[in-house]
Design a protein around this ligand. Sequence first.
Ligand code: APR
Ligand code: PHB
Length: 393
Amino acid sequence: MRTQVGIVGSGPAGLLLSQLLHLQGIEAVILERRSRHYVEGRIRAGVLEQGTVDVLSEAGVGERMRCEGLVHEGIQLSVHGRLHRVDFKALVGGAVTVYGQTEVTKDLINARLAADGQIAFEAEDVTIHGFDGDQPRIRFRQDGRRRELACDFIAGCDGFHGVCRQSVPQAALTIHERVYPFAWLGMLVEAPPVSDELIYAYHERGFALFSMRSPARSRLYIQCTPDEDLDAWPDQRIWDELRARLGGETADALPTGPSIEKSFAPMRSFVAEPMRFGRLFLAGDAAHIVPPTGAKGLNLAVADVRVLARGLAAFYTSGRTDLLESYSATCLRRVWKAQRFSWWMTSMLHRFPGRNPYDDRVQLAELDYLVSSRAAQQALAENYVGLPFEAEE
Ligand code: APR
Ligand code: PHB
């Protein structure tokens, strides 16, 4: 088996890359460990920057997103139960689109399969070889048979726990990491949103986030300790906690409904540098993780893949290698700014158990400054709607 670009992982990064390459006439094969059903059922975040919306539209997968996505021109910050609106439109002239990553994934899989794109689901024991030379190969097992895919380049789009980053010699990568002393408990519910916009809440009991997927479905999150047991969190306890943390009128008005899914998300900041090793390119969660507070995970994956697709297109159309050589540096400039923003949002909105009370007072001052300063809100808005893409040339 041979292709031009071998892609490991069919999350949003791998799928979008194969779609963008297809539009440039470049062949790719995706190897995915899980089944299609599993990949399409995974519940993840749901806020798309305008730049992400544009890339998905240009990739030809924007139709349903434009119909069903909810355009939000601001967010609400709730501090001790009082709401403060951050008006993206007035502050920076921008907006975000609320559209589940699950839906993005489904749209991409449909588009790839409709164009006869090759996705090998349930590919087991994927290993990558020869990427430090010019004959990369990917070995895997499918239906019990051993197979090998020869390619010009390998794209490691296999998420944080994938095999690609771990195959790079340790000495060639620098890892930067921060683990937070809390997690999020998320619950997807069949209940209409209490508010037209997302509510990010700071409260002494801990952070809470009210989000949504559609006019009939809400997505709720509360800060909890990292090692909790789902059995200890029946729906009623989550509703009660959410109500306590949102407080005020929001708590009184909160519509409830049956839960569809519940899960924990650990909170971590992580960057592996560089994002390229020879003919292996890491993209998305394989190279970096942000805590979800800034809603940047999916958006960063899309930004990486956009840069990589352009670099590969320049290589195949005119033999240029400069964009591939600058891939890591170009991506990392955006990655580190998203790291900073996600760390800042996380630090400002969560309770940090057992730390120096001085730091808690500084945090309250930060929140007080934000809700009373247009300049501070403008900085939040500029980052939340998405920093501009850099020109690569
Ligand atoms: N072999 C093959 N596939 C693998 C392997 C492996 N060894 N390890 C992981 N995978 C697959 C996973 O099953 C998954 O489908 O790689 C895919 C990685 O997808 P994601 O984790 O979704 O990562 P990415 O595409 O970078 O998406 C960016 O944005 O909202 C955030 O973290 C969230 O997933 C999201 C991310
Ligand atoms: C979500 O809707 O799942 C969501 C929204 C905003 C975030 C994180 C998650 O910051």
